[in-house]
Design a protein around this ligand. Structure first.
Ligand code: SME
Length: 153
């Protein structure tokens, strides 16, 4: 739904942010704000950070506050993506049984792990209020972002 030139422009801005010398969490926050304000169907954009061996803790985000501040590996879409070490793209969350709802407005979600030396160190999580909003271009774009952010961990 977004054309590739917007994604290319956003990637260039994220490259600038990553090399700007800001702290990790300030950089992550600005990435959230940039994505949430630039892509119409990205309604909540946040990072979960891995703490200990098998827990995700909410980090910087843009959008409404969520009650899901700690998520165990294997639980919900976020926990499954961390456990399986792969991107989860859910075009209709009402079809998911292992799902943690943040808001009834959310219809779709994509979760992309951030890897460091083969381990998951965090995740980028995006909720959308639209059904089936994500394309292969979104997946590719968000995976590229997570590869760029890996160096901050
Ligand atoms: N829906 C997620 C929980 C996090 S919120 O989307 C912010 C899940 O099922 O893991």
């Amino acid at each position: 739904m977004s054309d590739k030139s917007i994604f290319d422009k956003l990637l260039a801005e994220i490259d600038r942010l990553v090399s700007s010398g800001l702290s990790r969490d300030e950089t992550l926050l600005r990435v959230c704000q940039l994505l949430e304000s630039s892509v119409a169907y990205y309604d909540w954009v946040g990072f979960y950070l891995v703490e200990g061996e098998k827990e995700l803790v909410l980090g910087p985000f843009a959008g409404e506050p969520t009650e899901h501040v700690r998520i165990a590996f294997g639980i919900g879409v976020c926990g499954q993506a961390a456990q399986r070490k792969e991107t989860f793209l859910i075009q209709d969350v009402s079809c998911e049984t292992n799902y943690l709802s943040c808001s009834p407005k959310v219809k779709a979600e994509i979760v992309v792990p951030i890897f460091k030396n083969g381990r998951v160190v965090g995740e980028l999580d995006i909720d959308s209020h639209q059904l089936s909003p994500f394309s292969d271009e979104d997946r590719d774009f968000l995976e590229q972002i997570c590869r760029r952010l890996s160096g901050l961990f």
